[in-house]
Each structure stands twice: as C-alpha cells, then as structure tokens.
Design a protein around this ligand. Structure first.
Ligand SMILES: NC(=O)c1ccc[n+]([C@@H]2O[C@H](COP(=O)([O-])OP(=O)(O)OC[C@H]3O[C@@H](n4cnc5c(N)ncnc54)[C@H](OP(=O)(O)O)[C@@H]3O)[C@@H](O)[C@H]2O)c1
Length: 242
C-alpha cells in the first residue's frame, strides 16, 4: 500500500477493528470509522486525530439496509476509499435450530451482504485510483465444521471463497484482497450477550492471540502479497496443516 490513503474500517469501535485503525494510521490521511457504539468510535477517532489523521465517524447498523445505504453514501462523499477493512462481525452460540433466527439472519446480513455491498461500492474508485487493498474478516472457524456456530462458520466460508475469486478478478487493477482468518483473539467478541455461555478459560492460553499480533501479521502479509486466505498465528496455521 502506498502512503496517505483514505481508509474505511467497519467494526472500528473495539477489538480487531480498532487495532486496524491504529496500525493503518500511518498509511492513511483520512479514516472512516463505522460501528454502532458512538462513544467507543469517538474514542478511537480521538486517538487517530492525535496521530494527525482526519476521521469521519459513522454510527450505523450494517445489518440493516438503512445503515448500509448510509455508509455507501459516506463512501461517495468522503472517498475515494483505497483501503477497506470489512471487519464488523459477531457470533452466536447455540444449536442452529434453538437459536433466535433473527440473529442468524443478521449475521448473514452483516458478514456477507454488508461485505459484498461495500466491496462493490469501493472497487470502482480503487480501479480509478490505480489500486487498493481490501481485507475481509473471516475466521479459523471457516476451516472446521463445528456445532453451535453453524451459521457463523458458514458465513466465514463464504468470505474465503468470495475473496479468492474476487482477487482473481481485480488483480490486474492492482487491488489486493486478503481474507484474514484469526483464531481465538482477545477482543469483546466472546463477551457479547449473543455469545454468552462461552467458557473462555476452557481455551488454553497458548491458543489466544492479541489483536495487535493478528493485525500486524495481516498487514505484513498484505504488504508481502501473500496468500488471499491468510490464517493468523503459527499455532493456528499448524492446526490447519495438521
Ligand atoms: N475475537 C476472535 O476470537 C475472532 C476470531 C475469528 C474471527 N473474528 C472476527 O473478527 C471480527 C472482529 O471481531 P472482534 O473479535 O474484534 O470482536 P468485537 O471486539 O466484538 O468487535 C466487533 C466489531 O463489529 C462491530 N459490529 C457488530 N455488529 C455490527 C453491526 N450490526 N453494524 C455495525 N458494526 C457492527 C462492533 O461495533 P458496535 O458494537 O459498536 O456496533 C465492533 O466494532 C469479526 O468479524 C469476527 O467474526 C474474531
């Protein structure tokens, strides 16, 4: 990625999204931050402003058509976006048939529909600008069919496949696509109400990563033009290989 671009990060209010904002701040002159919790978004925006980055905070629910339309309009007004991180996401815990269907649908709308819509909105601008970078947040869960996270894992499998195909379509336009698959990462993810009942302490400490480490691996791999579907963490890559 070249210097001083315009970036858009969804789910910028906490965890991996907030960390992407921090680690992309030296490459971006302006960053558009999207999420629903205004106070948290503003906190991240204040950090970026202190680092000399212009910020645009967009409070929007990306699982809704209205929220998506607002963000697409912001792209038109505040772009051209050359760095897009489709990071917003959440999980639910429980058997598919026992879990509130509206939450499952919202997950599909957020992970899949919002990612597609935002990719579709920015790629023409990236082509005009001579290049760009897109990071779609998948998960290690996309490699392992698991009970209690059926829709979550399937939505991330979609992103792996979509990102690989998209990369083939836009490579000639100097647009780099990465589908980042983190394993267990310390963020707000496992503390959300939708994921209640998850026993964090049951996961060995060696399996956890910090959001700083995941994001720094992701950006290093993006700069090095590594594989499209990228699994963060040596321990996670070993698990996939095994
Ligand atoms: N943590 C892990 O172990 C892990 C592992 C693999 C993959 N991931 C993926 O990493 C991504 C980031 O999650 P995280 O771990 O950083 O968790 P997090 O701290 O809970 O962050 C999730 C972000 O998504 C935003 N978000 C959720 N629903 C939204 C909606 N409807 N509209 C707009 N924004 C929404 C949240 O913002 P608001 O609440 O302010 O709306 C928040 O900024 C997700 O896609 C997740 O699937 C996480």
């Amino acid at each position: 990625m070249s210097e001083k671009l315009i970036g858009l990060i969804t789910g910028a209010s906490s965890g991996l999204g907030a960390e992407f904002c921090r680690q992309l701040s030296d490459r971006c002159r302006k960053m558009i931050l999207v999420g629903r919790r205004h106070d948290k978004l503003q906190g991240v925006a204040d950090e970026l402003k202190a680092a000399g980055v212009e910020t645009v905070v967009v409070c929007a629910d990306l699982a809704t058509p209205l929220g998506l339309t607002e963000v697409v309009e912001k792209i038109r007004q505040q772009g051209p976006v050359q760095v897009l991180v489709n990071n917003a996401g959440f999980g639910t815990l429980g058997a598919f048939v026992d879990t509130d269907f509206d939450s499952q649908q919202a997950m599909v709308d957020l992970h899949i529909s919002a990612t597609l819509r935002l990719c579709r909105a920015v790629i023409p601008y990236m082509k005009d600008a001579g290049g760009g970078s897109i990071i779609n947040l998948s998960s290690l869960a996309s490699f392992f069919p698991m009970r209690d996270v059926a829709v979550y894992a399937a939505s991330k499998v979609f992103l792996n496949s979509f990102s690989e195909s998209l990369q083939k379509e836009v490579a000639a336009d100097n647009i780099r696509v990465q589908c980042l698959c983190p394993g267990y990462t310390h963020t707000d993810f496992h503390d959300r109400d939708s994921f209640s009942g998850f026993e964090k302490s049951a996961v060995p400490e060696a399996m956890w990563m910090s959001s700083e480490a995941v994001v720094s691996e992701s950006l290093a791999m993006l700069d090095g033009a590594g594989e499209v579907v990228f699994v963060a963490g040596e321990q996670n890559r070993a698990m996939i290989a095994g």
